[in-house]
Design a protein. Sequence first.
Length: 193
Amino acid sequence: MATLWRFGLGLDTLFYLVFICGLIVITFVDLEHMIIPNVITYPGIIVGILYNALITNWALITNWQNSPDLASDFSFGILNFFELLNKIPILDSLFGVILGGGILLLIAYTYEIIKKRQGMGMGDVKLLALIGAFLGWQGVFFVIFLSSILGSLVGLSIIIARRGDLKYALPFGPFLSIAAIIYILTGGFKLFL
């Protein structure tokens, strides 16, 4: 109902509803089994990219020289890269996959190098790539920010409740999923502006 209220009856609602249903399944599987199933993340990434391909104005891209908005963005190079991503959903989706998966992959490998043990599963990496496919680069940054806060609050509460026991493994997938759903329903950082 919240998705229908936010987007109205249309293609956006259908795709976001499928995405949210996938996030709900991922949340409960991760809580129960501490895994994020590839059978959801891999096809989900493809669906997210296809969705953004469907909403991309391909005529505008093929004639970018004749579009004052896009032509000026291309002419300034890297400075307007993120603004260009906001105007071309398919590029935003592809960059979201790379950024989402890449950030958590970097964090996971850095932790493993420093601590000499795995601290984050690759399922979380694939889940953030899935989130990036649907929500783009802005969604990735919002989800990382909010899920880190939520995870820290819950983690600290568990540590306090267990009287300082740091050995409890807390799945991160549910926090990524909750943050993604909040982004979908609120618009992310726009909520605070």
